[in-house]
Design a protein around this ligand. Structure first.
Ligand SMILES: Cc1cc2nc3c(=O)[nH]c(=O)nc-3n(C[C@H](O)[C@H](O)[C@H](O)COP(=O)(O)OP(=O)(O)OC[C@H]3O[C@@H](n4cnc5c(N)ncnc54)[C@H](O)[C@@H]3O)c2cc1C
Length: 274
């Protein structure tokens, strides 16, 4: 429904689903100004099947390059059905780096490097450069009296991949369930709505938490070692990519990944990997 500016609507409960720059989150006092954000730049290039096959084989392998220009983030090349998605994102920047790193320049240098290494076609049709931002972790509180926050507005993002569609849909569903109960019981105060936070935390929140712990604890150098080991072991690569792209639940796969990682590290150490 489209409404004119100034229109008043009465509602028992409001859901804030207004994305990463959520005005509602700020106005309801759930988000302070200047909260930490990750940023990225990407382009989607039309590429025909023959060229896709040539560069990315039938298996459509993708590339993820960590620590390009020492940034705490990564560049990616994802071959999709009819286009190539290439981007560069920074998860966090320290103050000194912020002045030095220009995201657009980093992205352009990344494209140049990909071409030099012949990892992507030399000639790609011009296409608009898109930018995006995301919160780097969920907000501490996602509810208050007669109000809930869902999706990007609440910072529900996979901290490794920046993906958030799954969490946006899950949080929407949990919010709908809690609201239905709240209306039925006529309890719209925050004491009742706090169940929303408990439920999302027990659901996808555990995955986000675990990834955040790994991201915070592990230095970028350590991440690089992990990538090196994984790059020599297709099974580990598949497991890690599954988690990074959100196909696998971290909770479900964490021990499988840890076991495979130790197995691969040992093989790697004794130079047994082909
Ligand atoms: C470049 C980029 C690529 C991404 N790729 C992926 C991907 O491949 N897979 C994945 O899972 N996730 C991806 N994401 C993340 C994903 O887009 C988000 O997590 C997801 O869209 C969140 O959904 P949402 O409904 O919470 O917010 P949004 O999709 O941002 O929707 C918010 C809506 O609210 C509207 N709005 C805002 N303010 C107001 C207002 N004042 N009044 C009225 N309407 C308002 C906006 O116009 C918008 O339509 C990507 C993000 C970016 C930036």
């Amino acid at each position: 429904m489209t409404v004119d500016k100034g229109t008043t609507i009465d509602s028992e409960i409001i859901v804030g689903a207004d994305g990463v720059n959520s005005t509602l989150a700020r106005n309801m006092g759930l988000r302070a100004r200047g909260v930490e954000k990750g940023v990225c730049i990407l382009q989607e290039f039309e590429v025909d099947e023959k060229i896709m096959d040539e560069y990315f084989k039938k298996s459509r392998h993708c590339y993820v390059h960590s620590r390009f220009k020492t940034a705490a983030g990564y560049g990616w090349v994802f071959p999709k059905k009819e286009h190539l998605n290439i981007g560069f994102g920074i998860i966090r920047m320290d103050k000194n780096q912020q002045q030095k790193l220009n995201l657009l320049t980093c992205y352009q240098d990344y494209i140049t490097l990909l071409k030099q290494e012949n990892l992507i076609p030399q000639h790609l049709k011009e296409t608009p450069v898109k930018g995006g931002a995301l919160l780097t972790h969920p907000l501490e509180k996602t509810f208050t009296d007669r109000f809930l926050l869902v999706g990007d507005a609440a910072g529900f993002i996979n901290p490794l991949s920046g993906e958030g569609i799954y969490y946006a849909m899950s949080s929407g569903q949990i919010a709908a369930e809690v609201i239905a109960e709240a209306l039925e019981k006529n309890q719209t105060r925050q004491e009742f709505l706090s169940q929303y936070q408990t439920r999302w935390q027990n659901d996808f929140g555990k995955d986000i938490d675990l990834i955040l712990k790994v991201v915070k604890r592990g230095s970028m150098e350590y991440a690089e070692t992990v990538f090196k080991i994984a790059s020599k072991d297709p099974v580990l690569t598949d497991l890690m990519m599954g988690v990074i792209t959100g196909q696998f639940s971290v909770q479900q796969y964490k021990w499988k990944i840890v076991r495979r990682f130790f197995y691969s590290s040992l093989k790697n150490r004794f130079h047994l990997l082909k």
